[in-house]
Design a protein around this ligand. Structure first.
Ligand code: EPU
Length: 337
């Protein structure tokens, strides 16, 4: 196992922020992972997956473990269902494309989400009406304290909106090594109810969509709204969509009758943060080499060599402004280091 010193993390975070790791190890298998954890029990560790939900505001004075184990395996087939076990270091979108190619349905709405398979359960990735938890069967993770492998079922993971056990009680205690998904190999359950998907399918005159058609529609929608991290550094949605009480919503509606909203329960309403940020005047605002994306105000971007702290300070300014105008607390979705 090679441990490199003083490595730039720029290629390893989708924001494209320059920050250095004191030590860095590219982990290619679970065996390598356990070996390095055994020999570095007292070291400061930093676990890095796809780096797509991360804002680095300083160098990492730790041993960075880049989880890069690969492999896809069909475990079982029952009726219409198929169970596949995917290693944590696989790229998420490549996994989606592999599913589409094999006609395994369930994650086509989650096309083009940056990041890796192993980090997808941590924040229960979601898009266009589907969340990871709907296809999640189980995952395996190494417990850092005991170095033993634990299996987590769906209920163990306590999935919520962009949330899970691994972001709350289990934070910093486990490294996910693989994920098993429950997909469908026939009689697909397509989810095209999200407005933009249906619109996109109609535009192409597709009446009986396949999972590939849905994936293609999602890819088109994402490409039209969201910047490609390979071209413009970003971490997708920087904030979560806030959930407010029905009474606060009714008050807001008096001042902003057009405010978009989704009912979460009879007492709670979710508001699109992108709308709040746009209304506050930030959409498309550029501050030198960083700013707010022009097509989706929820996405903060690095146009070149932005400093992580500049983007962090912009996020603080946005939070303060949204609090002042709407009395709503915006919570960052991205991990700020
Ligand atoms: N909106 C605006 N202005 C904007 C952006 C959005 O007014 O600049 C309003 C519009 O009313 C629009 C609504 O917000 O109809 C919803 O926008 P969109 O469909 O783009 O979705 P979102 O709620 O902003 C969420 C996820 C995205 C996911 C999309 C599609 C969160 C934090 N974000 O965004 O996830 O792709 O839905 O399902 O829940 C990510 O997590 O990184 C991510 C990109």
């Amino acid at each position: 196992m090679i441990i490199q010193e003083n490595i730039s993390l720029k290629p390893y975070n989708s924001f494209g922020i320059e920050a250095y790791a004191n030590q860095f190890a590219d982990i290619k298998s679970e065996t390598e992972l356990i070996e390095i954890l055994k020999t570095h029990r007292n070291s400061n560790l930093f676990v890095l997956g796809g780096g797509s939900n991360l804002l680095l505001t300083h160098d990492i004075n730790a041993l960075v473990l880049h989880i890069n184990n690969k492999g896809k395996e069909v475990l079982d087939e029952r009726g219409d269902e198929i169970f596949v076990k995917i290693q944590a270091g696989e790229n998420w979108h490549e996994f989606v494309l592999w599913c589409i190619h094999n006609d395994f349905g369930g994650i086509e709405n989650l096309s083009l989400i940056p990041g890796n398979v192993g980090t997808a359960p941590i924040q229960n990735i979601g898009a266009y009406g589907v969340e990871l938890k709907e296809v999640f069967e189980s995952c395996e993770a190494i417990e850092l304290e005991s170095l033993s492998t634990k299996t987590f079922t769906k209920s163990d993971c306590k999935f919520g909106y962009r949330n899970s056990f691994f972001k709350t009680k289990g934070k910093g205690k486990y490294i996910i090594t693989n994920v098993t998904f429950n997909l469908r190999k026939s009689n697909h359950n397509l989810n095209t109810s999200y407005g933009a998907i249906q619109h996109e399918l109609n535009k192409s005159s597709i009446n009986n969509p396949t999972i590939k058609d849905v994936s293609d529609a999602v890819i088109k929608i994402r490409q039209s709204k969201l910047p490609d991290p390979k071209k413009i550094g970003n971490s997708g949605s920087f904030f979560k969509n806030p959930v407010i009480t029905a009474s606060q919503f009714n008050q807001l509606k008096r001042n902003f009758p057009e405010i978009p909203n989704y009912e979460v329960s009879t007492t709670e309403i979710k508001i699109p943060a992108g709308w709040l940020i746009e209304k506050a005047g930030f959409k498309g605002k550029r501050f030198g080499n960083y700013g707010v994306h022009k097509n989706q105000a929820l996405v903060l971007v690095n146009y070149g060599s932005a400093n992580g702290n500049d983007i962090f300070n912009l996020s603080k300014l946005i939070q303060k402004t949204i609090k002042r105008i709407f009395n709503i607390d915006l919570e960052a979705e991205v991990n700020i280091i």
